[in-house]
Design a protein around this ligand. Structure first.
Ligand code: TRH
Length: 392
């Protein structure tokens, strides 16, 4: 468990059941606060949740985000010159140092990733006749402690407001994974119409800078089959440039032996899903793309967000332990080696050759895994049940 959380979780066991006890009035209003620390995960997760609560459930949702330029990279139609936008049925507000006077908190306030709600907002929450339900949406982890902390509460020391901790996760005792209702139908229809070049392995690459990238590209360049690797424009190009001798521009195809590289523009979230669905193998990172790769039902390599004291390697092992359950031993070993080498930035040539022969087994497993996760219920539905049980 993160040290910071140990001090925050100071009262009470999980106080909810997952029973559907009442129907939630669609008039409920939600405020979701997102502070963009770095990269796109914070806005990626909160935007996905906001959009789903609005579109799949018909709730009124306001998303407060402090960094509109980052948000505009993945939200189609967002105008960064406006302080209020409406996109996909969500009201998006620019979260500035001062909050507008005429806004009162909604029924549910989500503080994403402990982003610290502004003091005036806490004042306004305290002044409500019925305090809003305050939920801290946490980062995703497969570690065992998550089950015990999901649903815990803490009381604000001076205000008396109660905050609830909601943890995404991979077990029935956690908050689950974000997944839109219509996602599988869209994916199936896309994949049914996708055109593939016979024998070619299509790969997508979204990663942090990684010293091991050159060795993986070497493996593909000199490998036994054609590889087409699409790379959304981003930080990983820092590691591509030394291998290539220059920094490629979007739209500039590069051929090296059996490897074709295409740097492509960063798309909105829906476009990124289609890239994952189109590819036979995905390299993903962070949190949200990692989950989307699982819903794509294709084999993947995860570049986990690096943390101090190598804490991310513990998270990686926890995920591998869950994910490799039921996977034939040779495929599980190949996957573990590749994941460990990639995340420790070690030479990938051996790991790739072992992984490549296991791709059919990994594909079959990816389907089983996604099905298993889906059966447990998605994050938004578990969150709505949680809210129902709290506000009745
Ligand atoms: O950008 P990330 O590295 O975000 C990270 C992690 O969330 C990490 O846990 C967190 O601590 C850190 O941010 C602050 O990776 P992630 O989570 O995959 O988010 C990327 C988002 O960008 C995701 O929603 C998918 C989206 N995306 C697009 O919309 N279009 C694209 O072309 C690409 C490549 C991604």
């Amino acid at each position: 468990m993160p040290k910071a959380l140990l001090t925050m979780v100071n009262c009470g066991p999980p106080s909810f059941s997952r029973q559907h006890t009442m129907s939630t009035p669609p008039s409920l209003t939600w405020d979701i606060f997102c502070r963009v620390i770095d990269n796109f995960g914070d806005i990626g997760v909160t935007w996905r949740l906001a959009r789903q609560l609005a579109q799949d459930y018909g709730f009124n949702v306001r998303l407060w985000v402090d960094d509109l330029p980052s948000a505009s990279r993945l939200i189609a139609g967002l105008d960064i010159t406006k302080t209020v936008n409406h996109c996909a049925q969500v009201e998006i507000r620019h979260w500035q140092t001062t909050l507008p006077d005429n806004v009162t908190p909604g029924d549910i306030v989500i503080e994403a990733f402990a982003c610290d709600l502004p003091e005036p907002w806490l004042d306004a929450m305290g002044a409500c006749r019925k305090a809003p339900l305050w939920i801290n949406l946490e980062y995703l982890s497969a570690e065992d402690w998550v089950d015990g902390c999901h649903g815990m509460r803490s009381i604000h020391p001076s205000r008396g407001l109660i905050k609830h901790f909601f943890f995404p996760g991979f077990t029935a005792g956690t908050g689950g994974l974000l997944k839109e209702r219509d996602l599988d139908r869209q994916r199936e229809s896309f994949q049914a119409n996708a055109i593939a070049k016979p024998g070619e392995l299509q790969v997508s690459l979204f990663a942090y800078p990684n010293a091991a990238l050159g060795s993986l590209l070497d493996a593909w360049q000199h490998g036994g089959r054609e590889v087409r690797c699409r790379i959304p424009e981003g930080r990983v190009l820092e590691s591509l440039a030394p291998w290539l001798g220059h920094r490629p521009q979007p739209g500039e195809p590069v051929q090296r032996g059996r490897l074709q590289l295409d740097v492509i523009p960063f798309s909105d979230q829906d476009g990124y899903d289609r890239l994952l669905w189109q590819s036979d193998f995905n390299i993903v990172r962070g949190e949200d793309s990692f989950v989307r790769a699982q819903w794509a039902r294709r084999p993947f390599l995860w570049h986990i967000y690096p943390q101090d004291e190598q804490a991310h390697l513990v998270k990686l092992e926890a995920f591998l332990q869950r994910y490799t359950e039921g996977l034939p031993e040779a495929a599980a070993n190949a996957l573990r080696s590749a994941q460990r080498d990639w995340n420790s930035e070690r030479d990938m040539q051996n790991a790739w050759s072992e992984l490549e022969v296991q791709l059919p087994a990994l594909l079959a497993h990816a389907r089983v895994w996604a099905h298993k996760q889906q059966e447990m219920g998605d994050l938004a539905s578990r969150l709505v049940h949680f809210v129902q049980n709290q506000i009745q």
